[in-house]
Design a binder for this molecule. Structure first.
Ligand code: 2AM
Ligand code: CA
Length: 261
């Protein structure tokens, strides 16, 4: 890895400081893909450019997949997958619950994942086969839960879509789980599952930069994600994601609320 892990953490900390200084600025906001809830600010773009330039300075032969398309060059041995702000809606409206997400894949295998919860000042790092840490400290191991003990994060948007597509009806799950939440940042929620703060996160339309770092961290915690069983495509296509404390609660949920199981 030739120092890449240390370098990701270093540049992520610098990006965190850039965002913190601009949190209450008057920045421009654009709507993406004609979708009112898919927004981008000039800070997203500035931070992505900063990160890409820093990486190119040190590793000019590495490739990238990035949300704001500063560069797209996935056909390299080392590929950096970057979301400069995951949860831009939260960034704009709440000034909290958003994250910088950076993953490093080598020949298709996730090597390092970094998710920085900017306002909570939490730097969560997972390194393949070496474990995970939060601000440099190894967290307690995950406790296995069953469905009834699970806090599940799934948006109303995803529940409606799953129902409309004839995949699942999650509207009645409340009596079978401990509680429901929806925070609005995939990267943060995947880490929350890795840290035992929540037990499942489901989305039907994420892009790889929303979860590429999170699943490296989650796997080091011993959690489950559906890309352990399906091929992860290194494209910008929207795909589904299910992450969980353990595979058993996914099976329980599917048995109860998915139509073809
Ligand atoms: P979701 O839980 O409904 O998928 C990415 O971290 C964030 O983008 C998540 O909050 C995710 O919400 C949201 N997102 C995913 N697809 C979206 C879409 N098509 N429109 C708006 N937000 C979306
Ligand atoms: Ca983003």
């Amino acid at each position: 890895m030739e120092g890449r892990k240390e370098y990701i953490v270093e540049i992520t900390k610098a990006a965190q400081q850039i965002i913190l200084t601009k949190l209450n600025d008057n920045y421009a906001i654009d709507i993406k893909n004609n979708n009112q809830s898919d927004i981008v600010t000039e800070i997203d773009i500035e931070v992505e450019k900063f990160l890409v330039n820093k990486i190119k300075e040190r590793y000019p032969n590495d490739g990238f997949i990035t949300e704001e398309n500063t560069v797209c060059d996935p056909n390299k041995d080392y590929v950096w997958i970057i979301d400069p702000i995951d949860g831009t809606m939260n960034f704009v409206y709440e000034q909290r619950d958003f994250a910088i997400s950076i993953a490093l894949y080598h020949e298709g295998i996730g090597e390092v994942g970094v998710v920085c919860n900017v306002v909570n000042d939490e730097m969560i790092v997972g390194v393949r086969n070496e474990g995970l840490s939060v601000n440099g400290i190894k967290p307690s191991p995950l406790t296995t839960v069953n469905l009834r003990q699970s806090i599940i994060d799934v948006s109303l948007r995803t529940m409606v879509t799953l129902n409309e597509k004839g995949i699942a009806n999650l509207f009645k799950m409340s009596s079978s789980i401990l509680s429901h939440r929806n925070i609005g940042s995939a990267a943060i929620r995947i880490c929350d599952v890795a840290l035992g703060r929540a037990h499942m996160y489901i989305s039907d339309t994420l892009c790889i930069w929303d979860f590429a770092a999170g699943i490296i961290i989650l796997r080091e915690a011993g959690g489950y994600d559906n890309y352990m069983e399906e091929e992860l495509k290194f494209t910008s296509d929207r795909v589904d994601l299910m992450v969980a404390n353990n595979k058993g609660i996914v099976t329980e949920l599917k048995d109860k609320f998915y139509f073809n199981n």
